[in-house]
Design a protein around this ligand. Structure first.
Ligand code: NAP
Length: 252
């Protein structure tokens, strides 16, 4: 079975690791090429955009892909929409792996907002010290709220022109531990966190630290789920692959 995994997440790497030793599967992982030093992958890697729906459909045909698993980030909505359309156009079986979102507990002080613009507006007019962990895209709304001091953390530093004026950049890749997050929030005298609802464990510790410190969180909600067969875990994705093997005609 020729398998293409759309990656860039912990789940995609774990899935690749799980199928790497399976002689029945000829797998590859696709990365967008956003990070300068991507983590080593357990399967052959291709890097860069496909060129829209048409480009991905051509790739699926030319490489005679038997199964497509979209394990991209919950906020990589464009890639996922392209995967749905290209899979439909080429009749390629598609599964989306979408980790569950974080949910607030009783002691959490979250403000849910639909997008980055609303997140910047939710910070209000008075200057605040903001821990910004929203990645490199969509920083412009914070540039339009220059009264705040931002501590911005992302895997690679964003280009200077994308940054708000009063900012300290921390380049770091998760997973992060709660004790370290707690120290960072205290030392930087942060009074509000802005994050996307990515879900997963790698970047969850900041939420536990915020809870313990009584800090508010502005939580950007996810784009709508895709119209495709979707599972929440790598184990379920492996189960789906097993079922496809069982259903394949003998000799394949
Ligand atoms: P996006 O906005 O949904 O995608 C924009 C374009 O980037 C796509 O149309 C596609 O270009 C290309 N692309 C995205 N993922 C790709 C992949 N795995 N392989 C090949 N091309 C890909 O995606 P994004 O939010 O920029 O995310 C880019 C990558 O970073 C994804 O792999 C995602 O899993 C990872 N990531 C994203 C976030 C996040 O918060 N968004 C966080 C962690 C990791 P073409 O149209 O030319 O095919």
């Amino acid at each position: 079975m020729r398998l293409l995994i759309l990656g860039g997440t912990t789940e995609a790497t774990a899935l690749g690791r799980a199928v790497a030793g399976d002689a029945r599967i000829d797998g590859a992982i696709s990365l967008a090429g956003r990070t300068r030093h991507p983590l080593p992958q357990p399967l052959p890697v291709r890097v860069g955009g496909f060129g829209g729906v048409e480009g991905l459909a051509t790739y699926l045909r030319e490489h005679r892909i038997d199964a497509l698993i979209d394990a991209t980030h919950p906020f990589a909505a464009r890639m996922t929409a392209h995967a749905v359309a290209a899979a439909r156009a080429t009749n390629t079986p598609l599964l989306v792996v979408l980790r569950p979102p974080w949910r607030p507990g009783e002691r959490d002080r979250w403000t849910m907002v639909p997008d980055m613009q609303a997140a910047a507006a939710a910070l209000g007019p008075a200057p605040r010290r903001v821990f910004l962990t929203v990645g490199q895209k969509d920083l412009s709304p914070f540039g339009a709220a220059p009264q705040h001091h931002y501590v911005l953390r992302s895997v690679d530093p964003p280009p200077p022109e994308a940054l708000p004026p009063d900012v300290v950049v921390i380049a770091a890749r998760g997973p992060f531990a709660e004790a370290d997050e707690s120290s960072l929030l205290s030392e930087r005298r942060i009074d509000v966190i802005v994050t996307k609802n990515s879900g997963g464990t790698a970047t969850e510790a900041k939420l536990a630290a915020a809870r313990a410190l009584g800090l508010p969180v502005v939580m950007v909600e996810r784009p709508p789920p895709p119209p495709a067969r979707t599972v929440a875990t790598v184990a379920e994705a492996l189960h789906w692959l097993e079922r496809r093997h069982a259903a394949a005609p003998r000799g394949e």
